[in-house]
Every structure is written in structure tokens, then in C-alpha cells.
Design a protein. Structure first.
Length: 140
């Protein structure tokens, strides 16, 4: 039987809690939750994604994405429109307020990424990413 410290899932969970807590505090002044920030990060890179595209890219339930998108719309960061190509699909675009927010948030996320990857080589990061992806696939 494995001892408590031998479960890799505990290490991952504790790391996730620390990282999420840190970034949550950094985003709090902007009235932004970490998961909402993930949506905005996608849109700052590729504006105009559909809600379905966002759910797929973030590997999240469509209902949760719809709720988060609605909250971001209420905050004035995005707007939703019916897609011209598929009337059943909602397209998500940044507003001016949402674009401007990127100028404040992107440096925070880049600083955070630098902080958590300090002392880790590019090769180690690629290997970690590969292993975590494999673990996610195993859990499916």
C-alpha cells in the first residue's frame, strides 16, 4: 500500500491549490476569477471564438463556460453574438473594456508564469507538460 506522500495526485492537488490561490489574489482587484481569466486569455490571443470552441480548448463543461461567459459579459469585458455561419452558435468577442483589461492582466500572467517556472529548464517544462497531458488522458 502506498503511503500518503507517495500519491502523485496529492502533489498535483497541493500545487494546484497554491497556484490558484496566488493568481486568485492577483486577479481580485480586477473582479476576475482565475477561470474567467482563462477565457479572456484565449480571447486576447484569438478574439471571436465560439462558446463551444472555448469549452473545447479549456476542456470544460459547456454549461460552466456559458455561465462564466455570461458573468464576463455582465462585467462588460465581452459581448456575445449569434454566429452568421451557425445560428445555434454564440460568438464571443472582447469589448474595448475587455481589450484594455488585457494590458493590465497579461503582464500579471507573464510574471506569474516566470515565477512558477523559475529554475526549470525548457526541456523539463516540455517533459512536465507531456507527463501531465498523459495523466489527464489516463483519467478520462
Amino acid at each position: 500500500m502506498l503511503s500518503w506522500g507517495d500519491y502523485i495526485s496529492i502533489d498535483i492537488h497541493q500545487t494546484d491549490l497554491k497556484l490558484t490561490s496566488y493568481i486568485k489574489n492577483k486577479l481580485a482587484p480586477f473582479n476576475l476569477a482565475p477561470e474567467q481569466n482563462l477565457i479572456l486569455m484565449l480571447l486576447w490571443e484569438l478574439d471571436g471564438l465560439s462558446q463551444n470552441d472555448i469549452a473545447e480548448k479549456l476542456d470544460k463543461d459547456k454549461t460552466n463556460i456559458a455561465r462564466m461567459v455570461l458573468n464576463l459579459e455582465r462585467k462588460g469585458f465581452i459581448k456575445r453574438t449569434v454566429s452568421q455561419h451557425d445560428r445555434r452558435s454564440l460568438k464571443v468577442n472582447l469589448t474595448e473594456k475587455g481589450r484594455a483589461l488585457g494590458n493590465k492582466i497579461i503582464p500579471i500572467t507573464e510574471e506569474f508564469n516566470h515565477l512558477v517556472t523559475h529554475g526549470i529548464t525548457e526541456e523539463e517544462l516540455k517533459e512536465l507538460s507531456r507527463i501531465l497531458k498523459k495523466m489527464r488522458e489516463n483519467a478520462r
